[in-house]
Ligand binder design. Sequence first.
Ligand SMILES: Cc1cc2nc3c(=O)[nH]c(=O)nc-3n(C[C@H](O)[C@H](O)[C@H](O)COP(=O)(O)O)c2cc1C
Length: 348
Amino acid sequence: MPLYNLFVGPALRLLDAEIAHDIAIGALKRGLVPAAPSFEDEVLRVALWGLEFPNPIGVAAGFDKNAEAVDARLGLGFMEVGSVTPRPQPGNPKPRLFRLPADGAVINRLGFNNHGHAVVAGRIKRRRQRIILGVNLGRNKDSVDAVEDYRLGVEAFAGLADYLVINVSSPNTPGLRELQGRDQLGGLLETVLAARDSAARKPPLLLKIAPDLHEADMADIAQVALDAGVDGLIATNTTVARPDTLSDSNRAQAGGLSGRPLFEPSTRVLSEMYRLTGGRLTLVGVGGVASGADAYAKIRAGASLVQLYTALIYHGPELVERIKRDLAERLRGDGFASVTDAVGADHR
Ligand SMILES: Cc1cc2nc3c(=O)[nH]c(=O)nc-3n(C[C@H](O)[C@H](O)[C@H](O)COP(=O)(O)O)c2cc1C
């Protein structure tokens, strides 16, 4: 029964967006959300970085910032927690999360509210479920040395995470996105990769980029990422742009826009990064995914894995199973034996 669509979703949408989110995480944490009847299909399996993903659909960073719901069973192929900063911090004043139902979108200016490295690491250590888990790293708002914050993140989580993400693309921490510039990015990646390489466990390290990049920025990032030797890119974070098509009264709120209006610009950046790296870098596609068709389009544009967040707010956890079934059907329908065979198909 579509429990979420009929009852839970409408009830949650009567509440302030952040309170609704906290209730959802609380329910997942306490095991109150029934386990999804996980659909498995070998066409959905993805082997990457020595990991076996049962399917390519993961939840994006920001959904479970503090690793409280890592034991929830939603049928996902992987989860990404964070962004987490070295010290706990409260984030921006509330309200700071806004729904734009008319546009299938959300605007957030949370500003990396999170419990900090030590608490999040403790929760990951105590988890019972062995789902593939990424840890997304950020910097404290008041830190004087951003690079050192990311290095500390690698040190804290290399032994616990299946992959690490350097997030230099959130729009709500002043100065953060400047780390995407050629010179700063080169130095940052050199430091974090050295930290990763000197750790006992060496998880793959990915860079998460913004959708608001010019052609020259994208070419620089592609070159720097390839030269430094990162293991992948996540494209993209939320956008500071406000497309003309937005009609919801919340459209003028400051912050990062996600959901349906982000699908097209984020897929464009994903596709461009695939082209610029000649398919040599593993890409994770995120932004506006709300259906199997959307996930398939990200894969064809160059993504080996796909993430989503905003569509879960509107459609609930049941969406994950629908996407997986539909994606499997589309892959078979086009004659692909696996997700990997379809990666970048639009470029051939
Ligand atoms: C409320 C909210 C909080 C987010 N927090 C983070 C974060 O802490 N770190 C991060 O890298 N991305 C964060 N994101 C961005 C998402 O991971 C994702 O890149 C973006 O929302 C696009 O995907 P979507 O359209 O499926 O939501 C956040 C997004 C939302 C909506």
